[in-house]
Design a protein around this ligand. Structure first.
Ligand code: NIG
Ligand code: FE
Length: 421
């Protein structure tokens, strides 16, 4: 048996999320397997060895280092499976435009939105992008996240997309969380491909013919994502891009049915995508298709809140249909500039009407499933990575309750301190 090196003791509750190592669906999603009076034993390999009463652990492993949880609540670190964390400047000017009635896609049509982040990112050095992102990752870690998906998508040229993904690789070497890179070269059609002699076809050819092969050859991404939305990429363009990505060995994600329904969820199901994300405008047929395919629905309630849009994804219908539901932050400069994952849990309960148990499973096990990591992270159970977050509360239901507050004290990655408070 693995040698136990650390014992996490004196927690009032441990949210284990223990259970099958796959996306949880239907009634399974409600069971976060919360236990009182237990501790967590971690092995020299950084994995959980056992979860048992503190006294039993101390008797069985007398030489282990003791980590005192001081009566707080221990959870698996959050698995945030959807972010756009590599960008330059903030886009605070757009919030007032939206408040004055200018819509998200209208801002993009005027050359703002994603285009404004693209113009800005292309002027920056890799070192600058690393420094900006490193500071953001520290803030994200301080709120309890231990696995973070990060997309490219503000470069939109071969060179700047590769630079972005190389920045993610550099950050991964010493980040306070595990990073999972996603290539999102089809985040928008860049402005220079909208006027003759160039056209959008030429950009799609660049994505499929040059960017995807280069990303795959350098091993720079695990996933390929496309913003499939009326006015951005059509279903048939998205299909072509994702088929090229799949052939190059990348797993698939889609920004699907975010603002208007375009049957993008059905496409995610057809292609066997790992996740379909956003879904505020998904149809009943889309819900049924995701359920049949086993695709994870990644919901981003902070985005709809920040955009001031009244309509959230139909989380209850998705759970009822047997679709595993994940929650993510969508951290990005345009539609969701929040580093606060506990706030996303709050919105999961108040806006999506998930139970607290469903929200915790969505933030851990199902987030891991959305990244193909359900056998590695997201649970405090034997064999899983000892990625933990400690909160200064006495009951796990307080974590979404104190909304906007950050009760996270510390995080650990593979049993080692990641964020120290
Ligand atoms: O997930 N919807 C597309 N992409 C991002 C927003 C990107 C931006 O506005 O910069 C999203 O909401
Ligand atoms: Fe997004």
């Amino acid at each position: 048996m693995t040698h136990v090196t650390r014992l996490f003791i004196n927690a009032t509750q441990v949210v284990t999320c223990a259970g099958p190592a796959r996306g949880r669906r239907g009634v399974e999603q409600a069971d976060a397997a919360v236990r009182d009076g237990v501790g967590v034993a971690v092995g020299a390999d950084g994995r959980v060895v056992s979860v048992a009463p503190d006294g039993d652990l101390r008797a069985a492993h007398p030489g282990a280092e003791l980590i005192d949880c001081a009566g707080g609540v221990l959870t698996p670190g959050f698995v945030d499976s959807h972010t756009h964390a590599i960008f330059g400047r903030a886009r605070y000017e757009e919030q007032e435009l939206r408040a004055a009635g200018v819509g998200y896609l209208e801002i993009a049509r005027r050359g703002g939105g994603i285009h404004s982040s693209v113009r800005d990112l292309r002027t920056r050095s890799a070192d600058d992008l690393v420094a900006l992102a490193r500071a953001r990752l520290r803030r994200i870690a301080a709120h309890g996240t231990t696995t973070l998906e990060v997309k490219s998508g503000y470069g939109l040229s071969l060179e700047s997309e590769l630079t972005t993904l190389r920045v993610i690789r550099r950050l991964a070497a010493d980040a306070p969380m595990r990073l999972v890179p996603t290539f999102l070269g089809a985040h928008e059609v860049p402005l220079e491909y909208r006027e003759a002699p160039r056209d959008r076809e030429e950009y799609i050819a660049l994505v499929t013919g040059e960017m995807i092969p280069a990303v795959a050859a350098e091993g720079l991404a695990r996933f390929c994502d496309v913003f499939c939305e009326p006015g951005v990429y059509t279903v048939s363009e998205t299909r072509r891009i994702l088929l090229a990505a799949r052939a190059a060995g990348l797993a698939l994600k889609l920004h699907a049915d975010e603002l208007e329904n375009g049957a993008a969820a059905e496409l995610a199901a057809e292609l066997g995508a790992t996740s379909a994300d956003h879904l505020a405008a998904i149809s009943e047929a889309g819900v049924a298709a995701l359920a049949k395919a086993g695709t994870v629905a990644t919901l981003l309630p902070g985005t709809m809140l920040f955009l001031g849009r009244p309509k959230q994804a139909p989380a209850r219908a998705l759970v009822a249909a047997g679709v595993p539901v994940a929650l993510a932050s969508d951290f990005n400069p345009g539609t969701s500039p929040t580093v606060n994952f506990p706030l996303v849990l709050t919105l999961g309960v108040s806006q999506l009407r998930l139970s607290v148990g469903e929200a915790f499973v969505a933030a851990t096990v199902n987030g891991a499933a959305a990244l193909g990591l359900a056998a590695e992270v997201g649970q405090l159970a034997p064999g899983f990575q000892a990625d933990l977050a400690l909160f200064d509360v006495r009951d796990h239901r307080e974590i979404p309750y104190w909304y906007g507050d950050n009760r996270c004290l510390r995080t650990w990655l593979g049993g080692r301190p990641a964020h120290l408070g």
